[in-house]
Design a protein around this ligand. Structure first.
Ligand SMILES: [Zn+2]
Length: 338
């Protein structure tokens, strides 16, 4: 195994007005991802906390949206007859249909629940089990119609800071014949690791992280939950699923395990007074050296005079940052997975 955990210590010295202009040193840690070699920075100073946001006015003003139960079957698009003859896919309370504003070849939305708004601690494993099942059924049906579509993401953008214009909880399902940048990095790096070591990176990583015990949270069924050594977002939690890298082969047990891990992570975010998050499941067909991965990150919470957490550093320098040491996050979040 050639997995290396590399880090670079940076330090900034200055005379601080907060300490009578005494010299202080502010550290920054740069970490290098053992697979992709991408660098990310762990920044230890915190943003000012403005307290919990009251959503009542926002919910009142926006309820009765296209995704609310009285509208979802009247005002949302339907799939082509050749793909889904019944028009939309429903499992439990989740409803899937094409996205009116797609960003690629196949774009769908899955409305997760009948409630127009949920706090992070109100999401349940059942909600995600149904939602993910609809997303996977959309992918299976689309691939039966168009087998060239090997690259899929199931993602969630929750609330405005995460890029969602609609409050009502929903997933995005996006499929293309070409990978996103992130998928290409994951596939290429996993494949060259496999060529060099004759082993699967993701199995090796789980083995090492389990042994070290500093960033490995727990396993739920075949899903291994851990905190990345070099996170690419705030409070990033990852899940790696044993087996193929595509969601199309997932059974009920794996879907349940993913749902439980997402809900555990959201409960932790709620306890930290966060309210907005993104996640992505990277689903890639026919890549033997890659295993299915989910990444969940928090965004700066919605609040008056909202502060965006992506600065020129992230958007123009492609240098991604994290606000907590992964080992500390792992310690804090473990009880929520118990
Ligand atoms: Zn709604």
């Amino acid at each position: 195994m050639e997995i290396k955990f590399e880090r670079i210590h940076l330090q900034s010295d200055l005379l601080s007005p907060l300490k009578g202009f005494e010299k202080i040193s502010v550290p920054t840690e740069v970490r290098i991802d053992p697979l992709t070699k991408r660098r990310s920075r762990i920044i230890t100073w915190g943003l000012p906390f403005k307290g919990k946001f009251d959503f009542s006015q926002m919910v009142e003003e926006s309820k009765g949206c296209f995704f609310c139960p009285e509208n979802v079957f009247l005002k949302t698009p339907q799939f082509l007859m050749e793909i889904v003859p019944e028009g939309r896919i429903c499992i439990g309370k989740a409803v899937g249909f094409p996205n009116l504003n797609p960003v690629g070849t196949y774009g769908s939305v899955v409305v997760l629940c009948r409630e127009h708004f949920l706090n992070l601690d109100q999401f349940t494993p059942e909600i995600y089990k149904e939602g993910l099942s609809v997303a996977i059924e959309i992918i299976r049906r689309t691939m039966a119609f168009d087998s060239d579509i090997r690259y899929w993401q199931i993602s969630q953008n929750f609330l405005l800071p995460a890029g969602s214009t609609i409050l009502h909880p929903h997933l995005q399902v996006i499929g293309d014949p070409i990978p996103t940048n992130e998928m290409e990095w994951l596939v290429n790096a996993s494949s060259s690791y496999h060529k060099r070591n004759k082993t699967i990176y993701w199995n090796d990583l789980v083995k090492i992280e389990k042994g070290l015990g500093k960033r490995y949270i727990t396993s739920i069924g075949k899903v291994h939950w851990f905190v990345a050594y070099a996170p690419i977002g705030f409070n990033e939690v990852c899940g790696s699923v044993e087996g193929p890298g595509s969601v199309t082969t997932l059974g009920q047990e794996e879907i349940s395990s993913l749902a439980k891990g997402i809900v555990s992570t959201l409960k932790y975010y709620e306890a930290k007074d966060l309210n907005s998050f993104n996640f992505s499941i990277y689903s890639i067909c026919d890549e033997a050296s890659y295993q299915l991965l989910i990444r969940i990150i928090s965004r700066t919470p919605i609040q008056p005079y909202y502060l965006n957490d992506w600065t020129s550093f992230e958007v123009l320098q492609s240098e991604l940052t994290s606000n907590i040491f992964p080992e500390e996050l792992c310690r804090e979040i473990r009880p929520y997975f118990a």
